[in-house]
Design a protein around this ligand. Structure first.
Ligand code: BEZ
Length: 238
């Protein structure tokens, strides 16, 4: 297939709360995916979704090479029949920033995502492996202080069902991510999310923790519009 030229400008890729909590200005946003990266709830949250004594868990990205070499065998959410976990696609949203706003948006995001995250650049794609651009991304590297790594699925689920931080309950963050990824890509199961979701819903029920009936309608309408916009994306305010 002919490869289109990558789109210029400064882009940020969101694969967690940036997908639905957009509290910064941008020129346009487009649904896209990163490859050879595994989105995992392996980063501890001592601020937004937990506390210092009862941390929550939030997402990070693990490179395919590191996943294969160090983590795959320890990851209970990795299906045994996966021949090529490198085929995992991490769906999210790329935001193109206006040149004059890059500095202030990054200052804002660096503060918002201060708990162990560092920045990197990743390639993001549309459709069938068409490069959209390279984007700035926040990653909790496996050597950062807040990194928790894999653990027994029920233990992770129990931790997340009960964790709460300055931005609210971890379970709400988790279920929102499940809802938006399902809307973005109904035909592809995200196995890590679905394993955790089964355990989280079961344990929430056992422990009497309330679960929202569904995705917040405002988020669901917004993401449905973004998906419908396809490769053109949506400009701010649209
Ligand atoms: C994200 O949405 O991409 C994200 C947000 C916070 C920390 C890491 C990633």
């Amino acid at each position: 297939m002919a490869q289109l030229a990558e789109e210029g400008g400064f882009w940020v890729f969101g694969y967690g709360s940036l997908i639905w909590k957009v509290d910064f200005p941008y020129e346009k946003r487009v649904m896209c995916y990163a490859k050879s990266l595994h989105r995992r709830f392996w980063q501890g949250s001592h601020d937004h979704r937990g506390t210092a004594t009862a941390p929550g868990r939030v997402v990070t990205l693990i490179s395919h090479e590191e996943y294969e070499n160090h983590w795959r065998a320890k990851d209970p959410t990795c299906p045994q029949d996966w021949d090529d976990a490198g085929g995992e696609r991490c769906y999210g949203v790329a935001f193109k920033l206006r040149d004059r706003e890059v500095e202030s948006v990054l200052e804002h995001l660096d503060l918002r995502e201060v708990n162990g995250y560092t920045t990197a650049t990743v390639a993001v794609f549309l459709g069938d492996d068409e490069l959209l651009t390279h984007a700035h991304v926040y990653i909790g590297r496996t050597d950062n202080m807040a990194f928790l790594g894999p653990a027994d699925t029920d233990a992770v689920a129990r931790q997340m069902v009960h964790a709460r931080g300055q931005s609210g309950r971890d379970i709400d963050y988790f279920l929102t991510l499940c809802g938006v990824t399902r809307l973005m890509r109904p035909q592809t199961e995200d196995v890590h999310l679905s394993c955790l979701e089964e355990a989280i819903l079961r344990i929430a029920k056992e422990d009497g923790v309330a679960v929202p009936a569904g995705l917040d309608p405002a988020i669901s309408t917004d993401i449905a519009r973004l998906v419908a916009a396809g490769r053109t994306g949506l400009h701010e305010g649209e």
